[in-house]
Design a protein around this ligand. Structure first.
Ligand SMILES: *Cc1c(COP(=O)(O)O)cnc(C)c1O
Length: 228
C-alpha cells in the first residue's frame, strides 16, 4: 500500500477505536480529510480508499482541485478556512459545506449567491469556544441569536457547530471546551432541530473529541503528511 493508503487506514482505525471506547456507533463519526495545500492526485488516491469529504482552507488552491476532480461526481468539498466577504461567491458556487460561518454579512451574501439549481449550502457556526480575543468564531453566548438570524436564509442549511479549541496540552481544559460544545449543540437543536453535526477533533485530540460527542473529526497531516 502507498503511504497515503496506510496512513488513511490508520486514521480510520483510530476513529473506530475511539468510537468503540466511548460506546458510540462507528457510523456516527465522520472523517473530514483536510487536503489543503496537497495536490489533486493525493485527494484522488484518498477518494479511491473510500473517502468522500475533503476540507480546504485556501480558495484558489481548492478551486483548482475541484476543477481537476470534477469527474468524481459524489465528492464533497468543505470550506474550513477564514472567509472574507468579497470571496463568498466561489464558496456558494463550488462547495457543499462551509464550516467557519461566524458573521451575518457573510451568511447573507452566501444566501444570495447560492445558485438556484443547487441544494442549500450546509453551514456550521464556528464557535470561539476558548474565548480567545484574536480568534474567529461566535462567542458562546451569541450562538442562539446568530442561529435565529440564519433561519431567514433559505439557501443556507444550518447543520451544527464547529470549533478549533485552545492549543493546549492541558487535557482538562480541552475536555471542558469539547463538553461545552456538546451542550451548545443541544441548545442549537432547540432552534434548529435538524442540526446534527459537531465538527471537532483533529490529529492530536480526536479520541477526546469523540468521547465528548464529536460527529466529525478533521484530519490533515496524519493522512497526507506534513505541509511545508
Ligand atoms: C488544517 C486544519 C485541520 C487539520 O489539521 P492537521 O493538523 O493537518 O491535521 C483541521 N481543521 C482546520 C480548521 C484546519 O485549518
Amino acid at each position: 500500500m502507498s503511504t497515503i493508503e496506510t496512513q488513511y487506514q490508520q486514521v480510520v482505525n483510530r476513529i473506530h477505536g475511539a468510537c468503540d471506547a466511548s460506546g458510540r456507533k462507528r457510523g456516527d463519526v465522520r472523517l473530514l480529510a483536510v487536503s489543503k495545500t496537497k495536490p489533486a492526485e493525493m485527494v484522488e488516491a484518498c477518494y479511491h480508499m473510500g473517502q468522500r469529504s475533503f476540507g480546504e482552507n485556501y480558495l484558489q488552491d481548492a478551486l483548482d482541485k475541484i476543477t481537476a476532480l470534477s469527474h468524481l461526481s459524489d465528492i464533497e468539498w468543505h470550506f474550513i478556512g477564514p472567509l472574507q466577504s468579497n470571496k463568498t461567491r466561489p464558496v456558494a458556487n463550488h462547495f457543499q459545506w462551509l464550516e467557519t460561518l461566524d458573521r451575518e454579512k457573510i451568511a447573507v451574501r452566501l444566501n444570495e449567491q447560492r445558485p438556484e439549481g443547487l441544494p442549500p449550502l450546509n453551514v456550521l457556526i464556528q464557535v470561539n469556544i476558548s474565548d480567545e480575543p484574536q480568534k474567529a468564531g461566535i462567542a458562546t453566548n451569541d450562538v442562539a441569536t446568530f442561529a435565529q438570524q440564519l433561519q431567514s436564509l433559505p439557501k443556507l442549511k444550518v447543520r451544527g457547530l464547529m470549533c478549533i479549541p485552545e492549543d493546549t496540552p492541558n487535557e482538562e481544559h480541552l475536555r471542558h471546551q469539547f463538553e461545552r460544545m456538546q451542550q451548545l449543540l443541544l441548545e442549537l437543536q432547540q432552534i434548529v432541530p435538524e442540526a446534527d453535526t459537531l465538527s471537532m477533533g483533529m490529529s492530536g485530540d480526536l479520541e477526546l473529541a469523540i468521547a465528548c460527542g464529536s460527529t466529525q473529526v478533521r484530519i490533515g497531516t496524519d493522512i497526507f503528511g506534513a505541509r511545508n
